[in-house]
Design a protein around this ligand. Structure first.
Ligand code: COA
Length: 325
């Protein structure tokens, strides 16, 4: 049976770090409030002129280097972002050009906000399983600092910029020595009726302006805990696995309290979660591949480990994936 395996990861965070104390100079807030309610200590902010595609390219290049590959070895780029460089073309085609992926393949963007990385992973996985492609670059990249209302303390303290990338490769030996390895399953959901609880109040098809993030934080929190709990149960059941089989929870990094409640639901100890939200806040579609890259880099994630990814975002969208490393 053909499976897709993640063969390498890469991450990129902009140089400029904004601490909670820095934010307290702009809006009425405090380091204590932000850290206690969200677990966030700082976020990275892209430099002037540093576009989503620039960050995506850096993360992609790191993943390519680690795998010993170049753009010529990639058949498809699927890039998840809610903050594309332009309305069109897709940010993915700029990355395609930047990494020298010439004369072959295809590249496109996916928009599912904070669930975007798992949506992109699911799409690439299905292209690979169907035999249409052999290798895909799956990227989550965001420049949320451009769509934040820096006068709204309810949202501006939460988000940051960054990018993460993985390379997926077809593996036809998934039932041999590598039995059960690779992406075991992906589970995607959305519920458009709740699109008014977390959204950007502008866009090319309506106001013609970019708009800013608007959110009902309490409702988002409530839905996130419920929906992610459901989709995780669905993923475990689909693979005949128990929560206790999970070595690593690699969640979307929105809020440490949401991650803690997921750990509680799964009866997993805190040390089984990869938590990076303190360092970079909510980087939307970029957060899961960045967390994955951190835990692979420092040796926490090892061959054979069962990894659970889960996310929830505007739409609402929510998603999960189980991966045997
Ligand atoms: N600093 C200080 N005070 C703040 C603040 C800030 N940055 N933001 C809000 N407050 C105030 C509110 O005005 C309110 O004051 P009041 O009681 O005088 O009216 C008080 O803090 C409580 O606000 P509330 O919104 O009820 O706080 P909360 O406990 O729900 O925490 C969030 C707010 C945003 C941290 C929380 O709702 C959350 O994390 N939601 C999920 C958000 C998320 O993850 N979104 C992305 C999903 S992908």
């Amino acid at each position: 049976m053909r499976r897709s395996r993640i063969i390498s990861c890469g991450a990129y965070l902009p140089e400029n770090v904004m601490s909670n104390d820095d934010l307290a100079k702009i809006v009425e807030t405090s380091n204590e409030w932000i850290e206690q309610r969200t677990g966030i200590k700082s976020r990275h902010i892209a430099a002037k002129g540093e576009a989503t595609s620039d960050m995506a390219t850096r993360a992609a290049q790191r993943a390519l280097e680690k795998a010993g590959l170049t753009g010529l070895d990639i058949d498809a780029i699927i890039l998840a972002t809610a903050t594309p460089d332009q309305t069109f073309p897709a940010t993915a085609v700029t990355v395609q050009d930047n990494i020298g992926m010439k004369d072959h393949g295809f590249a496109f963007d996916i928009q599912a906000v904070c669930s975007g990385f798992i949506y992109a992973l699911a799409t690439a996985d299905n292209f690979i399983k169907s035999g249409q492609i052999k290798r895909a670059l799956v990227i989550g990249a965001e420049r949320f600092s451009n769509i934040i209302d820096w006068t709204d303390r309810g949202t501006c303290v939460l988000f940051g910029d960054g990018a993460g990338a993985v390379i997926l490769e077809a593996d036809d030996t998934a039932q041999g020595t590598n039995k059960d390895s690779g992406i075991l399953s992906t589970h995607l959901h959305s519920e458009g009726a709740h699109r008014g609880l977390l959204y950007v109040d502008g866009g090319p098809g309506t106001t013609q302006t970019t708009g800013h993030v608007r959110m009902n934080g309490k409702e988002v929190f409530r839905h996130a805990v419920t929906r992610m709990g459901e989709v995780v149960a669905e993923a475990l059941q689909a693979n005949n696995l128990q929560a206790s089989d999970i070595q690593w929870l690699v969640p979307h990094q929105a809020n440490k309290r949401i991650i803690d409640s997921m750990l509680e639901k799964l009866h997993l100890p805190p040390e089984r979660a990869v938590i990076t939200v303190a360092q970079h806040g909510n980087t939307s579609a970029a957060s899961i591949p960045m967390a994955l890259a951190a835990a692979v880099e420092d040796g926490r994630i090892r061959r054979g480990d069962l990894i659970l990814m889960e996310a929830m975002g505007g739409g609402f969208t929510w998603a999960a994936s189980l991966v045997r490393w």
